[in-house]
Design a protein around this ligand. Structure first.
Ligand SMILES: *[C@@H]1O[C@H](CO)[C@@H](O)[C@H](O)[C@H]1NC(C)=O
Ligand SMILES: *[C@@H]1O[C@H](CO)[C@@H](O)[C@H](O)[C@H]1NC(C)=O
Ligand SMILES: *[C@@H]1O[C@H](CO)[C@@H](O)[C@H](O)[C@H]1NC(C)=O
Ligand SMILES: *[C@@H]1O[C@H](CO)[C@@H](O)[C@H](O)[C@H]1NC(C)=O
Ligand SMILES: *[C@@H]1O[C@H](CO)[C@@H](O)[C@H](O)[C@H]1NC(C)=O
Ligand SMILES: *[C@@H]1O[C@H](CO)[C@@H](O)[C@H](O)[C@H]1NC(C)=O
Ligand SMILES: [Ca+2]
Length: 496
């Protein structure tokens, strides 16, 4: 252990990202303080980690080849072992499944593919018994292309859907595609202006126009606030919003502000949208993206970090499997709520899916030549549990989508039984982030270069931590003996 500025400093010096993992393990062993770990945030959504589950691919309990609610119940102990506190399920409501559940036909029924209302009730009971919260996907957009849907009656009906599931005990919602919720009445009789300074010259590209008539309309914020008020009238629930927007200020509007919140947080997609490949993952970029969010976030609100989801390539496939531990460490040890897409904790990679096996309409509709450019199937394949048939996901001959062939070496069981693995690192990180320093502490960047990002977390007289991440494939030596003052904008030095 090193001393600096009269505080003791723990260092996780990552030489290679994968070696990071082993130092981390040792440091954690030295620093466990049971008393300290008990004091955490009151709100579950500030305290815990969100695990995003794609139910079709999680665990197939009844053996028909598709994951189901009882399958999720069967894995309840895994959530506890992993150290996540919330599971967010992509839609399980009644649907013709033209868009795998994002096309809901009855907002108050469970789709039979996934099970019954009784299964849902058991899911809540079993998961709540283990201290795990259940977050639903809420998809209000797709009935909204025609404005008449958003007459008063429809808003009321959506409010009732919210209340229906809240009364049934759901712990919160993730609201899908929110910015598209409302369009102006005469959407076909008016033109949207060309976007300024976009450098896009192809008029068929979505970003060619400034969508002033179809996205981020004032009514959308009004309706969202209405949902937030409903949620707020129940104890301890979470509302998060999904908004992709090139303009960060638009995204931030979905937080509302401290005195007038409209959601608990809006998903932070910067680590997805601004990092396209390995060469983008530099220490400098990681720091800048954190600054970008923190500097734009309304004061008094809560940050969050997302590495991947059901619409984007997996982390290991985007950046390289040697960065998965480092990036998990990054999002789990920053201030704010991290979201992990299922399988990222074991380093799952995108799966090759032939055109014949393609299920995602976004892929099928693009034809055999181009389906790989748009299909999201590669990131939605079954969770890899063990070495048995279908990675232990299903006993069926055929699964709804093929399992990745790499499963015999890459699965939960294997990663639990070795000395060092992505899964074990993840579990250590999940424990570590319950400590007061990570729950409440300040964030201060110490170093940010092309190769390395280092930040300090500190809180009152609790242990201070220095986290060092090597983003390069090479070994790097850096001097961490001197505590540099925060050089970035003041805000990064303040506690949240
Ligand atoms: C654990 O943390 C608590 C609270 O910060 C502190 O009072 C106590 O001395 C620590 N115990 C050990 C063994 O370090
Ligand atoms: C929102 O709904 C409209 C109307 O159905 C649809 O055209 C659009 O693709 C949806 N947007 C998103 C992002 O899902
Ligand atoms: C889009 O239009 C709004 C409102 O007129 C304007 O404030 C904004 O700068 C425009 N954005 C772009 C990219 O053109
Ligand atoms: C939304 O707008 C309507 C009409 O102006 C108003 O009556 C209602 O109170 C607003 N809702 C919220 C939550 O602000
Ligand atoms: C918060 O938002 C509300 C509603 O948009 C606005 O009236 C109020 O002025 C804002 N407060 C601050 C401090 O910005
Ligand atoms: C990585 O992405 C950047 C854009 O962010 C692009 O300029 C670069 O060519 C890409 N590199 C590779 C190897 O694909
Ligand atoms: Ca099933």
């Amino acid at each position: 252990m090193m001393k600096f500025c009269s505080l003791s400093l723990l260092t996780f010096v990552g030489v290679f990202a994968n070696i990071c993992a082993s130092s981390l393990h040792n440091v954690y062993q030295r620093s466990v303080n049971e008393t300290e770990t008990k004091e955490t945030q009151d709100e579950f959504w500030k305290r815990g980690i969100i695990l995003q589950i794609y139910p079709r691919s999680y665990y197939d309990y009844n053996g028909d080849g598709t994951g189901d609610i009882r399958g999720i119940i069967a894995k309840a102990d895994y959530f506890v072992e992993l150290g996540v506190e919330m599971v967010w399920l992509t839609p399980i409501l009644q649907s013709p499944m033209k868009d795998f559940g994002y096309d809901i036909s009855d907002f108050k029924e469970i789709d039979p593919i996934f099970g019954s209302m009784e299964d849902y009730e058991n899911l809540l009971k079993e998961l709540h018994d283990k201290g795990i919260k259940v977050i639903f996907d809420f998809v209000p957009n797709h009935t909204s292309d025609q404005h008449e849907w958003f007459q008063k009656k429809v808003v009321e009906e959506m409010d009732n859907v919210f209340r229906f599931w809240l009364d049934k005990g759901v712990d919160g919602f993730r609201v899908d595609a929110l910015k598209h919720l409302v369009e102006v009445e005469d959407v076909y009789g008016a033109d949207e202006p060309v976007a300024e300074d976009s450098e896009i010259t192809d008029p068929t590209q979505y970003s060619y126009l400034n969508h002033t008539l179809t996205v981020n309309l004032p009514e959308t914020f009004n309706i969202t606030r209405g949902w937030y008020e409903i949620l707020d009238s129940y104890d301890d629930r979470l509302m998060m919003t999904e908004v992709y927007d090139d303009d960060i200020r638009e995204m931030m509007r979905y937080y509302g502000n401290e005195s007038y919140p409209i959601s608990d947080f809006t998903f932070n997609f910067l680590l997805i949208t601004k990092l396209t490949n390995r060469s983008d993952v530099t220490g400098t970029n990681l720091k800048n993206l954190v600054d970008l969010w923190m500097d734009n976030m309304p004061s008094g609100r809560w940050p969050n970090w997302v590495l991947g989801n059901h619409d984007n390539k997996r982390v290991s496939s985007r950046f390289g499997v040697d960065l998965i531990d480092a990036l998990n460490m990054f999002i789990l040890l920053l201030p704010g709520t991290p979201t992990t897409y299922y399988g990222e904790e074991i380093g799952m990679v995108d799966t090759y899916i032939s055109y014949e096996d393609t299920q995602d309409p976004a892929g099928c509709n693009n034809g055999p030549e181009h389906y790989t450019e748009t299909s999201r199937d590669p990131v939605r394949t079954p969770m890899q549990w063990d070495e048995s048939q279908n990675a232990g996901f299903s006993t069926s001959e055929n699964t709804w989508i093929p399992v990745n062939e790499n499963y015999p070496g890459l699965n939960v069981q294997v990663e639990n039984s070795v000395e060092q693995s992505h899964l074990l690192v993840y579990k250590e990180l999940a424990k570590l982030r319950l400590k007061k320093t990570f729950q409440f502490g300040e964030l201060e960047f110490q170093t940010a270069t092309d190769e390395v990002v280092a930040f300090v977390r500190s809180y009152e007289d609790s242990q201070t931590y220095l986290i060092v991440i090597n983003t390069s494939p090479e070994e790097v030596t850096i001097d961490v003996s001197e505590r540099k003052r925060c050089t970035s904008r003041k805000r990064n030095c303040n506690p949240w």
